[in-house]
Design a protein around this ligand. Sequence first.
Ligand code: ZN
Ligand code: MG
Length: 449
Amino acid sequence: MLLSHIPSYFKARRDKLMADNPGGIFILPGAVDMYRNGDQSYPLRQDSNLYYLTGYVETDAWLVLAPAAASSPQGKGGYRTVLFVQHRDLDKEMWNGERYGTDRAMKIFGADEAHVIDELDKKLPELFAGAEKVFYRLGTTERGESNDRRVLAAMHAHRRSLGRTGKPVLPVFDPNGPLGEMRLFKTPEEVELIRTACRITAAGHKHVMENIRPGMNEGDIQTMIEHEFRRGGASCPSFGTIAAGGKNAACLHYMSNNEPLRDGELVLVDAGAEYAQYSGDITRTFPVGRKFSPAQARIYDVVLKAQKAGVAACKPGVTITGVHKRVSEVMIEGLLSLGLLSGDVQEIFTNNTHKRFFPHNTSHWMGLDVHDAGLYLNNDGSSRTLEPGMLFSVEPGFYVQPGDTEASAEYQGIGIRIEDDVLITRDGCENLTTLVPKERAEIEALRSK
Ligand code: ZN
Ligand code: MG
């Protein structure tokens, strides 16, 4: 179904981007259909930058934000929003659904100009007029290569049109620089959408925690949780669902999801709902049966303590690396007390000895991409300081590889991760995913119903 109204915040974002980057031309190709096999494509997901600036979701679109000529309606110092879109084609639309076309790209999406995508190569060189720098992401994907060629050809044509003026070649910058910085700070509208994505995600996890029984398959978790996501209003999962029973949980990106769930083992579920293009991302680990075994409980308590210490550390002024350090220290203390590590906490942290059991970082930014845009480090290499509006995961994990015979047998093959999504507020943080239990007693109570 086509939308007939697009919120004004998309235009406000374009205004800010162009005001912050005077003289820049932004060239942003959208997502195109990718073939899975034969003539069957993967579900289309719009490029997050193009979506962030327009709300436009169709395949085969390019967005160009170009400096305006002094004689144009936008005037000197202004900019033009130019959308290239699929042309209307009633025959194709009968097969694949209605298209917006150029008229509605202007009326609904507020483009100053809209052209059919076939005119891109002809029109693009003209749009460089008045530009002093180019924002285009060069050299990204295989598919990006043909985009690169089109942009470079347009830059070449533009340069030739200048004649012998001695003007310098336009420098090219990555648009993810300024756009990543904007996307890192969530506006109240974005927070509401992410709040919904998190609520749907949490409800799905809780449903799985209540209904999974020994003898079911990991695939049952995937279908059950993704069904709840859709039922809750999500358009799709925000990444590939991980439903890992027993030792499969020790594989960080396990996605086969096709083995039986056995009583006595744990199951790790890492899944998120995508709502209005925004991601939720939660991990819970719970017993396939009713209770944690004593060994599982000991490890679970260490991971939970580290995770809660991480959430408690999230506030303005702390660095994102500082949160990870705090989580790692609590984790290391726990592993020392269980005899899985030996030595001094700080020494272990500095030497990364704990990475044998906790090999990943604690956090990733969240937003339109589940691993969202934005720099984790400042230009001088120091860690980013947390500020209100930043939104990210807190997800320590503990894994003993099944073949790690140096660890005591009762711990081998255990994988436990606990993940919540937090928003930095003025004086601390708000945990957006508290709806799904993580206290061991609460989980056991739910599993025993
Ligand atoms: Zn995550
Ligand atoms: Mg996750």
